[in-house]
Design a protein around this ligand. Structure first.
Ligand code: CO
Length: 175
């Protein structure tokens, strides 16, 4: 188990289309464990394999939840999800704007409008097919991470670039 190095822009690997995972072996399980260690070592909600320099279709999502001083939920709790070869098969027509950030675009945050709800099919770490209906924070993070597999970064989706903010905080959504 080890913490992997996260690559940042302008590394070209962040702009490639990643390949499908076809071999579900011990090497893959070890790599996923390293991705989990890496995600848990940072204040973030998701991680995609290209962010650690591997252009293969694997994403992780996990949130331990964040509450403000009054106990109001800022980020809900999401148990660890490992999605291999994820494919978003349905997007809701309803959209919502939310602030995003990314480990690979350090200290930059901005508002991104995305569909509220999605349906995702994927495989688990043993290759078994799974299907998820996602809304809220889970939907948001899955969409951000799947974009990484297609070489897309959240900054591409911020329509008004004047709304990109450069800040240093460990409290906001990153993935
Ligand atoms: Co990201």
């Amino acid at each position: 188990m080890s913490i992997l190095k996260i690559i940042t822009i302008p590394d070209k690997k962040l702009r490639e289309t990643s390949s499908e995972v076809t071999v579900f072996d011990k090497k893959l399980l070890d790599f996923i464990d390293d991705m989990i260690d890496t995600l848990r070592s940072k204040p973030g909600l998701g991680l995609a394999a290209p962010q650690v320099g591997a252009n293969i279709r694997i994403i992780l999502i996990e949130s331990r939840g964040v509450k403000d001083e009054d106990g109001n939920v800022i980020y809900e709790n999401i148990p660890l999800k490992v999605l291999i070869n994820p494919e978003i098969t349905k997007f809701s027509r309803d959209k919502i704007e939310m602030e995003e950030g990314c480990f690979s675009v350090p200290n930059v945050f901005g508002p991104v409008t995305r569909p509220k709800k999605i349906k995702v099919t994927a495989q688990d770490r043993h290759g078994k097919k799974i299907s998820i209906n996602a809304s809220g924070l889970l939907s948001r993070v899955i969409q951000h991470e799947v974009d990484h597999l297609n070489g897309v970064l959240f900054i591409d989706l911020v329509e008004d670039k004047t709304k990109l903010r450069e800040i240093r905080t460990e409290e906001e959504i990153q993935g």
